[in-house]
Design a protein around this ligand. Structure first.
Ligand SMILES: Cc1ncc(C[n+]2csc(CCOP(=O)(O)OP(=O)(O)O)c2C)c(N)n1
Ligand SMILES: [Mg+2]
Length: 420
């Protein structure tokens, strides 16, 4: 086992960032603490919502000026300066694909075809797409249950994702995982985990394996801001720093853990700063700006790969929909707050404005990208409808008691070391 006690230099990789935006969350008591017995997702299913597109038609002038000014800095970062016109269109397309997919899953859920929960990623697309776009050949990624966005971004097909949601055999986990358990080991994507912060020691383990095998790479471990107070996260940070494990903890700070705002649950404004306690690097930025996420995350990942320096990078973002489909989303935040994000900070609109300004996108191209993504999502819903459920004997496969030893293995899954 490799142990390395030399110290990281703390804030070295942190850039000067403004205080996180003050969120105007309503502070009224919420029900997510567990007093009310959770009704089944089906029972709480909201009525069919006709307006499924989250795309805001108007984008304020002030917001437009702000984003163009903001991106002037980040477009020059080497990781962005090297992007071709096609690369940029690809990033834009991937964000649209995620949004259209999520909107389609919402309808599928409302039609009663999804068992269990459904946590939508709408509003957070820039982070997943940025992350996948800078992963190198030996980099890995793992996340929590809000896992559709990164799944599509690393290259999973809408078909296998949509089928998984509906418990179909053609799904990525043969219909046995559902929304919270997307996996694509061939793409070095390790899921899809329902226990808050449960993925944080696993991400550490993936990164440790890289170090142990002397493979140059890193693991990006995504987590919500609600996971930072879990003990296991701190145990993971401790070992990451002590053994210099190439892991990057990427906090997607959408302001809420279920119905609890950050202000009500966590001490300190910038959560990534907690890295200092472990002598790790940290950074903080705007998660709605894909250029900024790419610039800051690329730096952290490079530091992990090249110098075995783990870090925490936190990006401020927002989810437009409730925590999950069973969240009526009425008691803990205001409609105005949600509208403000859609209207002025939407990651897709921000990038669209930027790419128009750069002369890369025009009305026609935008229209066709949207139409393609909508059609692809529609096809995936049809694919899932036509797919079979797993046969009963599948109940006894892919379960924990199966040996992982190469000679005794019964499962057909992919093990981590086989991907190296
Ligand atoms: C250990 C544990 N405690 C509680 C829960 C219930 N729970 C599910 S999601 C969630 C909120 C997490 O919020 P955050 O980490 O901010 O992620 P987000 O949903 O915003 O993406 C909670 C408390 C759980 N799944 N696991
Ligand atoms: Mg959150």
């Amino acid at each position: 086992m490799t142990s390395n006690k030399s110290k990281n230099t703390g804030k070295a990789s942190a850039s000067k960032t403004p205080s996180p935006e003050k969120r105007t969350a309503a502070t009224k008591a919420v029900t997510s603490g567990g007093k009310k017995k959770a009704a089944s997702p089906k029972a709480q299913r909201p009525k069919e919502n006709k307006r499924v597109s989250e795309r805001s038609p108007e984008f304020s002038k002030a917001a437009r000026t702000e984003v163009l000014e903001h991106n002037k800095t980040y477009v020059k970062d080497p990781v962005n300066a090297s992007l071709s016109k096609e690369d940029k269109i690809h990033l834009y397309r991937e964000m649209i694909r995620i949004r259209r997919f999520e909107e389609r899953t919402l309808r599928v859920y409302q039609q009663g075809k999804v068992g269990g929960f459904l946590h939508l990623y709408i509003g957070q697309e820039a982070i997943a797409v940025a992350c996948a776009s800078i992963m190198e050949a030996n980099d890995h990624v793992i996340t929590a249950y809000r896992d559709h966005g990164i799944g599509l971004a690393v290259g999973m097909s809408m078909n296998e994702c949509m089928a998984e949601l509906q418990g179909k055999f053609t799904g990525c986990s043969k219909g046995k995982g559902g929304s919270m358990h997307y996996f694509a080991p061939d793409k070095r994507y390790w899921g899809g985990h329902g226990i808050v912060a449960g993925q944080t020691p696993l991400g550490l383990g993936l990164a440790f394996a890289l170090k142990y095998q002397e493979v140059k790479g890193c693991c990006v471990c995504m987590l919500g801001e609600g996971a930072v107070n879990q003990g296991v996260f701190h145990e993971s940070l401790n070992l990451a720093s002590l053994w210099r494990i190439p892991v990057v903890y990427l906090i997607e700070n959408n302001g809420y853990s279920m119905g609890t705002s950050q202000a009500r649950s966590s001490a300190g404004a910038i959560l990534a700063q907690r890295a200092e306690a472990y002598e790790m690097g940290w950074d903080h930025g705007n998660g709605n700006s894909i250029y900024e996420v790419r610039a800051k995350l690329a730096k952290a990942m490079k530091d992990a790969r090249d110098n075995q320096r783990p870090s925490i990078v936190e990006f401020m973002t927002y989810r437009y929909r409730g925590h999950s489909m069973s969240d009526p989303d009425k008691s803990y935040r205001t409609k105005e707050e949600i509208e403000n994000y859609k209207k002025n900070k939407d990651p897709i609109t921000l990038f669209e404005v930027t790419l128009r300004e750069e002369g890369i996108l025009d009305d026609e191209a935008i229209k066709s990208i949207h139409a393609d993504a909508t059609a692809e999502a529609e096809r995936s819903a049809q694919f899932a409808d036509m797919s079979p459920f797993p046969p009963p004997e599948e109940l006894m496969t892919d379960i924990y008691w199966e040996s992982d030893h190469p000679k005794q293995r019964q499962s057909k899954g992919t093990l981590f070391f086989e991907t190296l």
